[in-house]
Design a protein around this ligand. Structure first.
Ligand SMILES: [Fe+2]
Ligand SMILES: [Fe+2]
Length: 354
């Protein structure tokens, strides 16, 4: 759709009616009012014109041969980018059933025939203005949502940078998680959800002191109690968000250290009580931790790590996920190589010496 100013000055209106004698006076009235006009004889023709010329508004008859007004309305609303295209139904059928059906299918407004030609222009501009405001609001909402998600994503990354110089852990671990989700039979949208939400699993580490987070040796009992709080802190940080992504991230942050046998933290949940997303991320997270260098340990070999995962099947990990993980190991290895810390340090610019 064109800019607001253009819409108000010379909007392009598509008239859809099978009767020439209905289209003609409408065209004249609209042109007199400064609108540009294109015409179609039925829904099918209208749909072609909409895709090519992107009109600012459609005024359509309801009963037409080939494709009627209802079907046309439905098709327009299913098309991405046309959610806010104003569709006005012009009909002599003033029965409530037709009007309700058209509204349900996405019509913006109604004009009943016979049309008062002198008022048509005012009506058209009023509807265009409302549609333009709705579009602007929806763009703004999308922008806010995008910004909010980006801030949270960066927060996750910031938390990761504190105990992992390259930040590649979250890239690998989220990809391992999505792959495991796929092997488990999750839908494509749930796999994407995992990929996007898993990077925030340790966002609560922002609230853990460096002396504990970066300690090279084993943590004392008190230090470990504090460390465990990163799950609850992350959960709080991502709480009460309406988006499915952040709700998933909230669940993962809370449950990625729970264990199948109930001996994990923070709640000691067991078995399927632990959300599937949490169980998947837990396995992916541990595998990457085992195969990576950490302040307190050298990396384990893949073989040793897989053996450890197998050994913990049914205690730390969901026993159905472990064989799936082993099954997709060749793909896991590709991700591991692609996002390896070594390739990152080769690519990264040298740090200036102080
Ligand atoms: Fe964690
Ligand atoms: Fe992690």
């Amino acid at each position: 759709m064109t800019e607001l100013v253009d819409e108000l000055e010379n909007p392009l209106i598509l008239i859809v009616d099978d009767e020439f004698m209905q289209r003609l006076p409408m065209r004249e009235a609209l042109e007199q009012d400064g609108c540009r006009v294109v015409e179609a004889e039925n829904g099918e023709q209208a749909w072609e014109i909409i895709q090519k010329e992107r009109p600012d508004m459609v005024i359509s008859d309801v009963v037409m041969p080939r494709m009627d007004g209802f079907s046309m309305c439905q098709i327009i609303r299913q098309q991405k980018g046309l959610e806010h295209l104003p569709i006005v139904m012009a009909t002599s059928l003033d029965d409530m059933t037709s009007i309700e059906r058209a509204y349900r299918l996405g019509a913006t407004d109604f004009i009943t025939k016979p049309i008062h030609w002198g008022l048509l222009g005012h009506r058209v501009r009023y509807i265009l203005r409302s549609a333009s405001t709705a579009q602007a609001l929806s763009n703004r909402e999308m922008e806010l949502l995008r910004t909010r998600m980006e801030i949270i994503r960066r927060l996750g990354q910031a938390a990761e940078y504190r105990d992992n110089e390259t930040g590649l852990h979250i890239m690998r671990m989220s990809r391992y998680s999505a792959l495991l989700g796929q092997a488990h039979g999750l839908s494509l949208s749930d796999q994407e959800l995992l990929l996007e939400a898993a990077p925030m699993h340790d966002v609560g580490k922002i609230g853990i002191p460096d002396s504990i987070l970066l300690k090279p040796g084993k943590l004392t009992e008190t230090e470990f109690t504090i460390m465990k709080r990163h799950t609850l802190l992350g959960g709080e940080l991502l709480d009460r968000e309406p988006s499915l992504l952040l709700q998933t991230a909230h669940l993962i942050a809370l449950t990625h250290h729970e264990k199948w046998d109930g001996k994990g933290y923070p709640y000691g949940m067991a078995g399927e009580e632990i959300p599937l997303m949490g169980r998947i991320c837990s396995l992916a997270d541990v595998f990457d931790a085992l195969t990576s260098k950490r302040p307190y340990k050298e990396p384990w070999s893949v073989e040793e790590s897989v053996n450890e995962i197998r050994r913990c099947s049914g205690t730390a990990f969901d026993p159905r996920l472990v064989p799936l993980f082993v099954e997709v190991l060749p793909e896991i290895m590709v991700i591991k190589e692609t996002f390896s810390d070594i390739s990152q340090s080769i690519l990264a610019p040298a740090k200036p010496s102080s």
